[in-house]
Ligand binder design. Structure first.
Ligand code: LLP
Length: 428
């Protein structure tokens, strides 16, 4: 079902987040700004948790470790925790956020091919649920650090099943040629080594084949690699008591026909559940993607002989997905009108042609000063924003019914300059 517009819909001709007109937020907070709907996140969480419960009524609910990288604002982390989520983190920074948001370390899993010494130490000291190990050198480093700290590290090995899964080349992670995980040839060796290590407890396997996985069969194909592997490991005396099956569940950006959540849950029930392990998922985009919009103001309508540009105040530094992945985001005029449709290239102010959100998009005729919303911007939107062109990071706002909270102030120029310094030898 296309849930994209459920919580961002028109009321009395005004595009609203839940029951709050976006124009009101823009007037008070300014633009560009990311606006999130709490109800939209809850409805996504309920759908996923509900589908899993329905498919597996008699077992403990899987641990849903929200992938913080999708949107790591501490208010979002705290809200998803209140719904029942744990967290998947990929850096020490995300651990710091998790602890600030009050997430129980026992519900945190850590992934990433390049974990640094200080990051591993911080994770071990915090006592997180598990480190998902991506290589043998990483395993050795974790053992060494755990031994220095006199701790035991709970780890799982990230299995690379050699399955193509992502919605774009740059977000496909489960093939042998991708940098992630450990393949067939080394997984048994890694398990054997881990069991010899004093400060490591191997608990099982993890897997994440990609993001925005809309090739329905990919999940099934990847899941189906697990039973034989688990049986082989167990037959050789290894303990496999946790399976972390990653994230990647897709959302609707345009008119994609997506995998039915119930079918996905049924695959988990049919293929993973019989292996009798704790089940962990790492959903990111699914929980927050359609729960956010990027609100922006039209700066100019610039007409040329060839095309009309809608120059808006959000740029590629605020939302990089179109430039980086040719991603499609629906665009909506915030005030509904019955003006005729026009064809626009929607572009930002940044000094490169890559700062183009879309070409040849049909939109109702718009005027300078009017507002537009980029839909489905809740995941990998703000999280990937930068200060390119010394543009301050946008504000973030969380709507709850007809009220809102600013969950991140717009960055000031002073915030940016405070990080920099001119050495005395240049000043003189
Ligand atoms: N687990 C691991 C190990 C991951 O690497 C990721 C995403 C996830 C879970 C969550 O995946 P999700 O459920 O959100 O698909 N910036 C890109 C997406 C990069 C995804 C990176 N890893 C985009 O804007 O499309």
């Amino acid at each position: 079902m296309n849930k994209m517009n459920q919580h961002f819909d028109f009321i009395d001709g005004q595009l609203c987040a839940e029951n709050l007109p976006l124009s009101k937020i823009a007037a008070e907070v300014g633009t560009p700004a990311y606006i999130y709907s709490a109800a939209a996140m809850k409805s996504q969480y309920d759908s996923l948790a509900g589908a899993l419960k329905q498919a597996m009524p008699d077992r403990d609910a899987p641990l849903l470790c929200y992938a913080a990288k999708a949107n790591s604002n501490i208010a979002i982390l705290a809200y998803l925790k209140s719904l029942g989520c744990g967290l998947e983190i990929v850096s020490e920074g995300e651990l710091v956020r998790a602890l600030e948001a009050g997430i129980d370390p026992k519900t945190i899993v850590s992934t990433g091919v390049g974990k640094q010494k200080s990051e591993i130490a911080a994770q071990l000291k915090a006592g997180i649920h598990q480190i998902n190990v991506e290589s043998i050198p990483e395993l050795e480093l974790i053992n060494q650090i755990a031994s220095e700290l006199n701790l035991k590290a709970d780890i799982v090995f990230r299995w690379n099943p050699n399955v193509k899964g992502g919605g774009h080349e740059k977000i496909t992670t489960g093939r042998t040629r991708d940098k992630f995980g450990i393949g067939e040839d080394r997984i048994e060796e890694a398990y054997g080594l881990a069991e010899q290590m004093e400060n490591i407890t191997p608990r099982g396997l993890s897997m994440h084949i990609g993001s925005q996985v809309f090739t329905v069969e990919s999940f099934k194909q990847a899941f189906e690699t697990l039973p034989a592997l688990v049986q082989k490991l167990r037959a050789n005396g290894h303990t496999v008591e946790r399976l972390d099956i990653g994230g990647g569940f897709p959302i609707v950006y345009k008119d994609e026909k997506l995998l039915d959540l119930n079918a996905y849950a049924q695959w988990v029930a049919d293929i993973i559940a019989p292996l009798d392990t704790q089940i962990i998922l790492e959903p990111g985009r699914y929980l927050v993607g359609n729960a956010g919009v990027l609100l922006s103001e039209v700066l100019f309508v610039k007409k040329t002989d060839e095309r009309d540009f809608l120059v808006v105040d959000a740029g590629m530094n605020d939302l990089i997905r179109p430039a980086m992945y040719e991603a499609h985001h629906e665009i909506e005029a915030v005030q509904s009108t019955n003006r005729p449709w026009q064809t626009y290239d929607v572009v930002g102010p940044v000094c490169e042609t890559g700062d183009t959100f879309t070409r040849g998009r049909e939109l109702p005729e718009l005027e300078q000063g009017e507002l537009i919303a980029f839909k489905s911007a809740g995941a990998y939107g703000f999280a990937m924003a930068s200060n390119y062109n010394t543009r301050p990071l946008p504000a973030e706002v969380l709507v709850n019914n007809n009220t809102y909270s600013i969950i991140r102030q717009r960055q000031s120029y002073q915030d940016i300059l405070d990080q920099e310094n001119i050495p005395d030898w240049i000043r003189k």
